[in-house]
Every structure is written in C-alpha cells, then in structure tokens.
Ligand binder design. Structure first.
Ligand code: ADP
Ligand code: MG
Length: 343
C-alpha cells in the first residue's frame, strides 16, 4: 500500500522544514530566504514587479483529474506568466498553502515536486510562504517577484493607433482540454468502471494541466530590442484580454478571425464536440500565451519569431473593438467572445 504519513506527525514547523529542506537558491538578489520572519531581496538598481494569484480546490482545479505534481507546477506558472506579461523576469516566489486532514505528507511532497520543477524551469527562488489548515479542500496562494531594468516594463495602457496586435503560440487548447476532462469525469461518475477515453488528446490535456509561461518570448524581445507598446497574458480568453488593452489604452481594434492561431489538434477536437474553435480561442482562457501590441516599424523584428502571429491592429477608440469573421462580417467583441458558444 502507498505510504501515508499524517501531517500531525511532523507538525507545522516540521512540515515546513520537510518541504523546503532541499530548496536551492539561484539568485544573488535573494539575500535571505526561508527561516526567518521574512525574506530579504535586493534587486541591485532594477525595478521590482510583484503579483499574487490564488487557486482554490473546486473553483480553479479539480483533484479528480489534476495530478498534485501538475498543480504545483501550474501554481508557479500562472504567477510567473503575469511577471512576463510586464516584460519582466521572475526571480523569487513565495507560496502559501492551506489543506484539510485529507492531505498527507506524501501528497504535499508531490505538490512541491511540481513547484520545484517549475522553479528550475523558470529560474526562480522559493523564498518563503505560509502553511496552515483549512476545513475543506486545498487552497494555494503564490506570489511572484520579478525584476526589470528601469522603464522597460510594459503595461496594458500604451497601445497606439496603427500598432499591430499580436499573440504568441496558439489558443483555445486549454479550454478544450478542460472540456474533455470534465466530460470524462461525468461519464466516469455516471457509469462506474468506464475508464476515461483520453486517447490522442495529449496536446489539449497538456495545455490545461501543465501550461507553460512564455519565458522564451520575453527573452526574444530582449535579444531583438523589441519593446511591445502593451502586453497581457491570456488567462480569461483572447477577447477579454484584447478588451483590457483597448480599454486601458483608450483605443479600438480590428481583430481577424482567420488570423487567430489555433493548433490542428485543438481544432479537430472542437469540431468533434461541434464547438467553434474561434469561440474557444476568444472565450476559453487559461492558455497563458502573451497578447501584445507593437509599433508597425517593429514588424520586421517580430516576424523573426515563428511563434508569433499578427492577429489585427489598433484603431481609434471611436471605431470600437471589432472582430472580422472569415466571411467578412464585422462583430463587436464582447468579454464572452463573439456569439460565444451558441452560434
Ligand atoms: P512566521 O510565523 O514568522 O510567519 P512561519 O513559521 O509561518 O513564520 O514560517 C517560517 C518560515 O518558513 C518563513 O521563512 C516562511 O516564509 C517559510 N514557509 C512557511 N510555509 C512555507 C511553505 N509552505 N513553503 C515555503 N516556505 C514556507
Ligand atoms: Mg507565517
């Protein structure tokens, strides 16, 4: 039988020590990490970027189909993604967890395996956190700290008329992965014993369970001296993110449906469920791609990266926020996408 160690055998401090005993510090900016009332960091003249995100069991994740290791990984990814969306480099994280007695030391070890794996991948130091109990369920709060050379940060508010609207990678996959996992969960619960049919759907399942943040894109910008005029990461769906940029920059936009990048595997699965792939990309969310705007003069730099697509352009605010469909029709973008799922 799998080993189960009750958390009570370690106690709070014993547990913290256990979870962090192999923690390695990678950055000179981490002056003091775990073990005191607070950590100390020194960014040596750079500017500091800070963000926090919470993940709640039953709201943001379902442990029936989410391996704890993936959850640990994703908890870090969603936070470093916000740091990249500011054109900054994440360097430290803190992580607070609350859990009920349903969880064992082994379960938390698995979760931390994912956390440490993401810390390696994204080159961040774990410098602290908090550990407490909850009545029900697992609650995670991660804070990520990043650094950026003074005034190199990119907000949502400086998109200008004529700028090109761009996105990294492809969209809609995470939403379809979630839809598939929810469907198989339902079938499993209703028909006991039926094993889930997840064959050939590794791509979309990976997009929801083990997303990656676009570190590579920020590095590409730096290497090519490309400064986006505005940027945001895709947590809620392309439509909602583009609307945030337009609202905060006080501009409008034209977005072309045919330019929205959707992976073939995502598209095929959408058709199988009779869903519109574009609607999934616009409203799905959780893809953790970067949506950004650049000056037209930076186009020649941007095309050097085949992971980037131009999907439209910025207009005057008076022209509104519009989607041009493949058929040439013009629709107002809404936070739910366009005609979301009842086309
Ligand atoms: P305090 O009571 O002063 O807040 P704690 O006993 O909560 O201190 O935490 C002791 C140390 O362990 C601190 O450095 C804190 O940041 C760190 N820590 C607590 N929980 C975690 C955790 N889940 N993961 C990583 N570090 C943690
Ligand atoms: Mg504490």
């Amino acid at each position: 039988m799998e080993q189960r160690t009750e958390i009570s055998t370690l106690g709070e401090f014993g547990l913290i020590e256990h979870l962090t005993k192999n923690n390695e510090i990678k950055h000179a900016s981490t002056i003091y990490s775990i073990g005191d009332d607070a950590a100390i960091i020194d960014h040596f003249g750079k500017q500091t970027v800070i963000t926090t995100d919470m993940l709640i069991e039953g709201i943001h994740f379902d442990l029936m189909y989410t391996p704890l290791k993936h959850l640990g990984y994703k908890s870090v990814v969603v936070n470093v993604s916000d740091i990249y969306a500011m054109n900054a480099t994440p360097v430290q994280i803190t992580i607070a967890i609350a859990f009920s007695n349903r969880f064992s030391v082994e379960a938390l070890d698995e979760f931390y395996e994912g956390v440490y794996s993401a810390c390696e991948k994204y080159n961040v130091d774990l410098i602290g956190g908090d550990t407490t109990t909850s009545q029900k369920g697992f609650i995670i709060s991660v804070t990520a700290i990043g650094e950026v050379t003074p005034d190199k940060y990119v907000t949502r508010s400086r998109a200008k008329k004529g700028d090109l609207l761009c996105v990294s990678g492809d969209l809609g996959g995470a939403f379809l992965g979630l839809t598939l996992l929810e469907r198989e969960k339902k079938i499993f619960l209703e028909t006991k014993g039926v094993q889930p049919d997840l064959e050939n759907q590794d791509y979309i399942i990976g997009r929801i369970l083990k997303p990656e943040a676009r570190k590579d894109i920020i590095e590409f910008f730096a290497a090519n001296e490309l400064m986006p005029t505005s940027m945001i990461d895709v947590s809620d769906g392309l439509s909602s993110e583009v609307l945030h940029i337009c609202k905060q920059s006080k501009v409008g936009c034209i977005l072309y449906e045919e330019k929205i990048p959707v992976n073939d595997l995502t598209r095929q699965f959408a058709y199988k469920l009779e869903l519109d792939p574009t609607a999934c990309a616009l409203s799905g969310g959780e893809d953790y791609e970067l949506v950004f705007t650049i000056a037209q003069s930076d186009y020649t730099k941007m095309v050097l990266n085949e992971q980037l697509s131009v999907i439209g352009y910025i207009t005057d605010r008076e022209e509104g926020t519009n989607l041009i469909t493949k058929g040439g029709n013009k629709y107002q973008l809404t936070a739910q996408g366009w005609n979301a799922f009842n086309k």
